[in-house]
Design a protein around this ligand. Structure first.
Ligand code: G1P
Ligand code: ZN
Length: 547
């Protein structure tokens, strides 16, 4: 067998390879169409700077299609003159661990194989995310250029006549001129966490009377969580549940929220057995935090981490600033104000935090969609958030519910909820959205949910580092008492359209801080439904998911 570069011709280019909020995400079946994966990889290798002679990191969340894709990418990387490809045993690599490896090895970027929290398997979804040299999602200039290349692509290059990659154990292999290094995907990530958190204090907590449950949802964080929580920190065996990555995530939907991580939610919310519960998503970048009979909403979680950062070694010297995505509640804004640090409001999607992190303008950031992170990498990081919470709990030795209650009594409470209407016909979704957008100018000054609409706009963001403008990021109704209702169409769904409705209302310290969020927001929920004709136009009488 001798290695030769083959030039494969494409009769017709693929017209649908436009990366969304987090890469190209399609059904597994779609990715099995001959040349489909190859087309996107060819375009990426043509567009990413420094490919010839560079280092590339490749791995994924272990879903169906992961290993095949790694093999294809390695052979294509070889054909494009990549010098070194770093991948992991069994191809298992969480998104945050990939971000870390890219940074650590001075790679030109990485290819992360994941459709995040979307179900996997032959009938599920697959995805390809392209990250840049800073370890974060490639900026729009790159993803737009990749899309443009795919639309007129007439062929691709791939190495032929080489043996299959062996991903069974760590070691070095060659594919033609390409040096392939298979490493343990967990080691470097664990070392990074040990630098940031007080493992002694957390170990003391977990070895004591502190029953906890971590749900890896049969996805990528299992091996990371077992090593860190059970092997290193001494949590009893079995604290990590569903810890073996499966190609179809056991048929589940690896999205850590109250709907899809229902079993864990039951354990924590329905009994007094566990003091702490957490879950991460398919590729390990999302987190859900629970205490005994207490759910911490992600917007509040970011605010609590910010307020308690001085308890954590990696952040004890202070925070440069914080950022949240526009739909995330303003809970962190209040904390930032008290700390006297800047707080940025960005569009949805992690890439907008990247510039702020690279420029040293922020230290912590987060999204309402269960994503939290910091300047340690350029992706959100599920297990990092879990360890941050455990570090706070180890130092404060109070129940999660008390930490929340104290936080609200000091900063006030942002009642918050997101209602998702999934898989609605694209026409209906756009009809609803466009109608609202057209109505917006006339809404200012009108009554809404017993308040008045002060501002109605389509969120636009000027990047404070680059000066670039990103428009069309979500329809906002800002009310005169600081409450909000926001509508957005998802950029990550693969079936029809998903409408997201974000609701928020602020109660200052001294007000009624212990209401049920859905009850506290009931008036807003009714008003936005009536105004946007949500039920009528989607044909759904309730949201698919409420968080
Ligand atoms: C969703 C979340 C968003 C997150 C993205 C990737 O995007 O809402 O916050 O950054 O997944 O995890 P959406 O489907 O809303 O476009
Ligand atoms: Zn994810």
């Amino acid at each position: 067998m001798s290695a030769t570069v083959q030039q494969i011709s494409l009769a017709t280019p693929f017209s649908d390879q436009k990366p969304g909020t987090s890469g190209l995400r399609k059904s597994s079946r779609q990715f099995e169409i001959p040349h489909y994966l190859e087309s996107f990889i060819e375009a990426s290798l043509r567009v990413l700077p420094g490919v010839a002679g560079g280092t590339l990191v490749v791995g994924g969340d272990g879903r169906y299609g992961n290993r095949r894709a790694i093999g294809v990418i390695a052979r294509m990387a070889a054909a494009h003159g990549v010098a070194r490809l770093i991948t992991t045993t069994d191809g298992i690599l969480s998104t945050p661990a990939a971000s870390n490896l890219i940074r650590q090895h001075g790679a030109i970027g990485g290819v992360i194989l994941s459709a995040s929290h979307n179900p996997g398997g032959p009938d599920g979804d697959f995805g390809v995310k392209i990250n840049g040299a800073n370890g974060g999602p490639a900026p729009e200039s790159i993803t737009d250029a990749i899309h443009a290349v795919t639309r007129s692509l007439d062929g691709y290059r791939i190495l032929d006549g080489v043996a299959d990659l062996n991903l069974e154990q760590p070691g070095s292999q060659r594919l033609g001129e390409l040096a392939v290094e298979v490493i343990d995907g967990v080691d470097a990530y664990v070392a990074l966490m040990q630098k940031l958190f007080d493992f002694d204090a957390i170990g003391d907590l977990l070895r004591g009377d502190f029953p906890m449950a971590f749900d890896a949802m049969h996805a990528v964080t299992g091996p990371y969580a077992r090593r860190i929580l059970e092997d290193l920190l001494g949590a009893p065996a079995g604290s990590v549940r569903n810890g073996t990555p499966l190609e179809d995530f056991g048929g589940g939907h690896p999205d850590p929220n109250l709907t899809y991580a229902h079993d864990l939610a039951e354990l924590l919310l329905g009994s007094d057995t566990y003091r702490f519960g957490a879950a991460c998503d398919g590729d390990g970048d999302r987190n859900m935090i629970l205490g005994t009979r207490c759910f911490v909403n992600p917007s509040d979680s970011l605010a609590v981490l910010t307020a308690n950062a001085s308890l954590v070694p990696g952040y004890a010297e202070g925070l440069a600033g914080v950022a949240r995505s526009m739909p995330t509640s303003a809970a962190v804004d209040v904390v930032a104000k008290e700390l006297g640090i800047p707080c940025f409001e960005t569009p949805t999607g992690w890439k907008f935090f990247g510039n702020l992190l690279d420029a040293g303008r922020i230290t912590l950031c987060g999204e309402e969609s269960f994503g939290t992170g910091s300047n340690h990498i350029r992706e959100k990081d599920g297990l990092w958030a879990v360890l941050f919470w455990l570090n706070i709990l180890a130092r404060r030795r109070e129940p999660v519910s008390r930490i929340m209650a104290e936080h609200w009594s000091r900063f006030g409470r942002h009642y918050y909820s997101r209602h998702d209407y999934e898989a609605i016909p694209t026409e209906a979704a756009h009809g609803l959205y466009d109608r609202m957008k057209a109505m917006q100018p006339a809404l200012v000054g009108q009554a809404f949910a017993g308040r008045m609409i002060a501002t109605a706009d389509d969120f636009a963001y000027t990047d404070p580092v680059e000066g670039s403008l990103t428009a069309g990021q979500g329809l906002r109704l800002l009310l005169d008492d600081g409450s909000r209702a926001v509508l957005r169409l998802s950029g990550t769904g693969t079936q029809g359209a998903t409408l997201r409705v974000y609701l928020e209302s602020y109660v200052p310290p001294g007000g009624d801080l212990s209401q049920d969020p859905q009850a506290a927001l009931a008036e807003l929920i009714g008003a936005i439904d009536a105004l946007a004709e949500i039920r009528q136009r989607t044909g759904m009488d309730r949201p698919t998911v409420i968080t």
